[in-house]
Design a protein around this ligand. Sequence first.
Ligand code: MSK
Length: 654
Amino acid sequence: MEEKQKTVDQVMLDRMKEIKVETMYDRYQAQLPQCGYGSLALCCRHCNYGPCNIDPFGNGPKKGVCGADANTFAARHYLRMNGAGTACHSDHARAAAHLLVATARGEAPGYRIKDVDKLMMVAECFGVKTKDRKINEIAEEVGEMALMEFGKPYGTLLFLKRAPEARQKIWEKLGIAPRAIDREVTESLHRTGMGGDQDYRNLTKQSMRVALADGWGGCMIATELQDIMFGTPKPVQGRSNLGVMKKDHINIVVHGHEPQLAEAIVLASGDPDVIKATHATGAKGLVIAGLCCTANELLVRHGIPMAGHMTIQEGAIATGVVELMVVDIQCVMQALAETAKHFHTKIVTTLSKAKIDGAEHVEFSDEHALEAAKKIIMMAIDNYKNRDNNKVFIPSSAEPNLIAGFSHETIKYMLGGRFRASYRPLNDNIINGRIRGVVGIAGCTSPRAGACDQNYVNLVRELIANNILVVATGCAAGQCASGGLMIPELKDECGKGLREVCEAVGIPPVLHSGACVDNSRILIACSEMAKEGGLGNDISDLPVAGACLEWMSEKAIAIGQFFVASGIYIVFGMNSPVAGAPDMQRLLTKEMEDLVGARWDFERDLKKIGKMMMDHIEKKRDALGINTAKERKLYDMAERRALERECKPVPGHH
Ligand code: MSK
């Protein structure tokens, strides 16, 4: 590949190879071939009769010692993945709820209630009285109600009623409306233990229920409460990729998921002592940059630069200019401590529930957040003198001026206007065919997909050229941001209809909606589109789809499953997590549609995924009767491209 065609991340990976700093790509290669039984979900080690394996070719054992078959093996694994993913997002949400209570009580200096409108909306949802009450009183009760959602003994989750009525009825009929979040996670572990639930269909019903507890519980609580405290995202300018780091500045990278740490670091960076100490080193200033979902949270709310996504976390250290990387929890690799040994970078953990051998630890709490943040920044400033300029390598970067910050409220406001904010214009543009449909891209980046770093970028280019509006979250959004896709000028790569809408409304065709927990924003946007009318009466009627091309985390599985259980067709790239169990695979990819009106697809050939989603969108448009006589013809890809050529060819990038 020509040097000029390489992405910034690829340039950094080459550099790391050259200076012999190991990366996740090296370790992935060292793992090959990976365990076939594990890959197919045909290894069970839930009890000490095992590990038991089932032979996928039918020549060896067909059952475990207890008699469990392949479908039970796979369904148990699948449920544990959904339970673990839900636990991650939801424990994060619990921390946000505790912080809201502490903030309201005045016990968390530095934090405050920023979005009162959102507080009132959540209060109404939770049945909290607002009339003649002080903001802090309302916030305290909202926080406490949110905490009750984790362990209440009776009833189902309060946010479920934000879904269209038709969807709520499906959940009730199937018995998958989630109860308390912790109850669903605990029951998932209980049912998957030896001698528990041994019917793959029944286990998968619980997978749907626990995943719904994630989407409409953990994720939604995290998003809404964080918006209340840190602000609901609005369009904001930002920069992205490793080029955001500056040679003549002190650089601090904030990595992980829970924004309270990052928000405190940003706040403390303005402290006069910090500014004075920074100048005393001779550095020109302080750069705070985000990684992974912390980066998404900071970017969509404040326009704080994003250093990159999951697979480039070691690369950030290899720039040689990072004085300190501070982490909280989730998607933080143990390898960082080893990478840091090649440079002067300090790795600092902050949560007692997430430590790394070899890292320094500064405990972070709501009550002493600013003190801890200031201490961490001072550690970085002190470490500046240890930087070795011979090791500095910041890949050149266009540092595109991207626009992020598209909460569902913003999308509604931009489309419908300040005084009649509504999804009507979006629905109308879908009905008249200018926009064919909407696709959400979410989830991880992975070395399994190769080091090409362009899979999401290529998918998005194909979708927007075919008049599909794209909403992005998580590391998928991170790759698109680093790939220069979140700029208004991208409208020139759109099909004619989408381009007209983007120009009229002033939005880019790829909307960055935030972190992984912010997939809850997509649930609400879809619910509002369904309620607005003209596109059916349930989420499953909408011409929408979702994809995760490079899934890695159990969280990605929970996200995919809550979208499917909410009525949205989802395609995951690479391998199915239940591939070794044909009945279980059929349940996810076919029969689930009869249950919840949507299903999964798993596709190894990532190039096919765009067409799969566009075909699905056209199928939904046909069912709605909104394809005009001319448009009713289902074009194949070659025909679609020929059609769009009259608009503008898709230029290369980089
Ligand atoms: S950080 S879960 S690699 S999206 Fe949310 Fe990225 Fe996947 Fe972690």
